[in-house]
Design a protein around this ligand. Structure first.
Ligand code: NDP
Length: 328
């Protein structure tokens, strides 16, 4: 008989890692337009901590997690995009990836190329699609551009640095430790700045002949925002896409004119993958970069899904590098 016992990590209130609990779950049969997928690996992302703490509010109780890879077990009425037995992966809503089996809309799944295994897929979908839209859509990186990528040894960081380098950019990355600096250098960073110890805008000016960078990709938020603005060239773009150090306070628009007619955007993956063709195009670019070896997915940590509280603690304490996966 088909194995159906399942469980999910859920929260009934927001708070620290201890609010996550493991509960029995019954995904049932897929509704029209849905598939049921058995996860072989689940991705851990910083956004999961925002959902857990309530920084990004969810209706409670709620599942958590936005990324997984596995095999389609069953499809609902009208599903033509995939079939039982297909190897698939996804990134994005609806939340609830922290489980072994779940149903979700078929049009959010991408079929995995043969060369990409489940652990790599769960380590790359959300952070890789994010790197894809940031570098190829939000500010399309051009050969010769000088770019600054914060948290360069993180999940998005290691992917984005390699990708930016492959696009012909000079890549400057920031990290907190010397070990992370070595990792960032091994993944495409031409220059690494220790942002806890060095003056980032001053170092960036030194490294760019006083000009500043064309774009800053800033997923750190509160602690780096001001320095990011000061690191840009005239008419440069600050792409503020995350809050690992806390949310950015309200911005005085006049600063953008005073510091050089700067551009500022606060994008999210959902708005770059809302239409199926956008998701497929970005997914195709990501699979192409990984399949050709131009971007290597560094899965730095693996945890049992039941041990997810420890994974959250390590991520928030800056003890992780690259991507992190959870194994159901
Ligand atoms: P990371 O693996 O990059 O982990 C976060 C890293 O941020 C840490 O490892 C740490 O690196 C750095 N950091 C700096 N200050 C702090 C702090 N005070 N507390 C904790 N970490 C800090 O996570 P992800 O790759 O999952 O995500 C990176 C960022 O991108 C997050 O902000 C996330 O929300 C955002 N994101 C946004 C998306 C979007 O579409 N808008 C989509 C995906 C991710 P170090 O020790 O080197 O400083």
């Amino acid at each position: 008989m088909e194995q159906r016992t399942t469980y999910a990590i859920r929260i009934h209130r927001t708070g620290g890692p201890e609010v996550m609990c493991c509960e029995p779950a019954e995904p049932g049969d897929p509704a029209p337009g849905e598939v049921r997928i058995r996860h072989h690996a689940v991705g851990l992302n910083y956004i999961d901590t925002y959902h857990r703490t309530g920084l990004y509010p969810l209706p409670l109780p709620s599942g958590l997690g936005l990324e997984g890879a596995g095999i389609v077990e069953a499809v609902g009425a009208g599903v033509t995009l995939c079939a039982p037995g297909d190897r698939v992966a996804y990134a994005g809503g609806p939340v609830g990836a922290y489980c072994d089996v779940r149903c979700l809309p078929a049009d959010r799944l991408l079929r995995l190329p043969d060369g990409i295994d489940f652990e790599t897929a769960a380590g790359m979908m959300l952070q890789g699609l994010t790197s894809a839209y940031l570098l190829r859509r939000t500010y399309p990186v051009q050969p010769g551009d000088r770019v600054l990528i914060h948290a360069a040894a993180g999940g998005v960081g290691l992917i984005a640095c390699q990708w930016a380098k492959a696009l012909g950019a000079t890549v400057i990355g920031t990290v907190s430790t010397e070990a992370k600096a070595a990792l960032a250098r091994a993944h495409g960073c031409d220059h690494v700045i220790r942002y806890g110890q060095e003056d980032v805008p001053a170092r960036v000016r030194e490294l760019t002949d006083g000009e500043g960078v064309a774009v800053v990709y800033d997923g750190v938020g509160r602690d780096t925002f001001a320095g990011s603005l000061d690191s840009l060239r005239v008419r440069g773009m600050l792409v503020s896409f995350g809050n690992a150090s806390g949310p950015v306070p309200p911005v005085d628009l006049l600063q953008l004119s005073q510091k050089g007619s700067l551009f500022l955007t606060r994008p999210t993956l959902a708005h770059y993958t809302a239409r199926r063709e956008e998701l497929e195009a970005l997914g195709g670019e990501l699979f192409g970069m990984v399949g050709s070896g131009r971007v290597r997915i560094a899965v730095g940590q693996r945890y049992a899904l039941a041990d997810v509280a420890r994974a959250h603690r390590d991520l928030e304490a800056r003890r992780t590098t690259g991507s992190t996966i959870l194994l159901p």
